[in-house]
Ligand binder design. Sequence first.
Ligand code: ADP
Ligand code: MG
Length: 610
Amino acid sequence: MPTRPTLRDARGVLADVFGFADFRTGQAEAVQAAVSGNDAAVLLPTGAGKSLCYQVPGIALARAGHGPTLVISPLIALMADQVNALRARGVAAAALNSHQSEDEALTTLAEFEAGELDLLYVSPERAAQPGFRRTLGRRRVALFAIDEAHCVSQWGHDFRPEYMQLAELRETSDAPMMAVTATATPRVLKELVRRLGLTTPEVVRGDFRRPNLAFSVEAISTHAGRLERLVALLDEAGLRDANTGKAIIYCATRKHTEKVAAELASRGFSARHYHAGRTKIARERAQHAFAVGRLRVLVATNAFGMGIDFPDVRVVAHYQTPSSVESYYQEAGRAGRDGDDAKCVMFFGAADLVTQRRIVSGKGAGEALLAIESYAKTETCREQVICAHFGLNGTAVCTRCDVCTGTVTGADDEAHEEAATPLTPEQVAVVIAAVGELSKPAGKTGIARALRGSRAKGLNKCGLLKMSQHGALRGVEERAIVRAIEECLESGELVRKGNRYPTVWPPGKAVRASKSEATGAAPWPRKKAKSAKGIRNAYSPLQGALERFRKNKARELKWKPYMIFQKRTMVALDSERPSTLVELESIPGLGRVKVERFGDDILRLVRENP
Ligand code: ADP
Ligand code: MG
């Protein structure tokens, strides 16, 4: 058995092969574990230099006669980049993946078996094949390195089923395994240790703070508003004329990348879109133009950026809220790689969460969305929230984010809702009676406008102009009436009809065919109104208890029940069943203030209603 290389030998490789004088944070610990034959879980932020954590010991081990290192990497493009870069430095590296010809693959396998390679990069699909495992049985390897190891986690944002089989590689050898990722939530760590079968791994956890990045969240709900803000941000960063700097704009859907890129281009920015639906050539062209600075603004889906390093990105803006804190931090982390100041701005709106809910799936999706929502709504330092998410508690405040600098902008839903003066019970009764007189279900806004006395043409349907309450709430704010209708919908005093355009209707009343329109007012029969109870009975025991609680509290405080908390909050409480005040804060609709006020009562209700 050849002797094991030391950390000093590894430093030699770092200097000779890569030309770097020193290891960065975390690298030495990771390298030390590998050269001494121990498993390691390496959790370092994007750009920290994770590749070197396995390349350096891999080369040192190969030089000392321990055989090649096997690197599992999920993206073929990334593999090719790394292999080319290593070859350019004189390292015997090669890749095996599905994009090669049979011949190329056979040559690579022969080199591997003959012991001519220092590092072999393999796709997870390939590594899972039995044939490949037999090859491994014939050739001793020095180290297994699993890059982007969070792909093994169903709770993560990039789950790849083939990663689940990587533990089997170990049956072929007693070589140590190093798992490397930028996703370091305690849950992902636990899962990757278990799924990859790491034995008492050295856990290397880096510093996830980025002292040159300023994070902010802007609650802007309309596209027009977001575009205006984007234009201002890009102008502030000098991206229209100065000839340095770049911006990446992430959108949740392909359609949005196209729309936003076109808008920005029409306003004089050098902007293009990038998504997985474009041809390979179009994507490569856009990426190349962006790399050399001919293109200054890239509008992309999350298909863009993994493993790519552009030093001078001054702005990363998320045009729509992303699906998790992990993916947000990974994408935002592409800003300011050169160490100069950069901005990471995320737009946030409730509709974004709905979009994400449609796109994402998988075990942890709902929870991940709650986490990004509470990042958006936090009242403490954003960087602290991110660090805590990655298991790093007690970091100092960053002093750069919008919370730290006291520059949080945009109207958050909750603030909005509490600002409207709620309707009196008499006024709410007027609303309910008015809906009872409609000839067809109508939209909330239409009802509100008719009640305020509007005679707009658009209201000339559903009986809005004919109801006897027309104009009865003159002088009451439109949004206050809309809120009251929403409250009635939540309590079951009114029900929602229609899918495409949600409309409002009394519970239990049949909607008559449209020709009845002319006959107008059919008063809402009192008896049927009772069937609203049926809706209440559909509550779970906890939801029922919460409903009673908010009704009583509302009476006591002279508030509206929805101001205590909303239906969606009750639903979330029922599905998440939080058991601590901290967990409560991440429930939608429960900010710090509400948790302070009602938290203990809510937790008690959760405990009492299993
Ligand atoms: P990650 O995978 O963690 O996102 P990479 O491995 O792609 O990061 O490395 C990011 C950059 O950091 C690369 O350009 C790499 O050359 C550089 N780098 C890594 N380690 C060092 C080091 N010890 N000294 C200087 N530069 C380094
Ligand atoms: Mg990497």
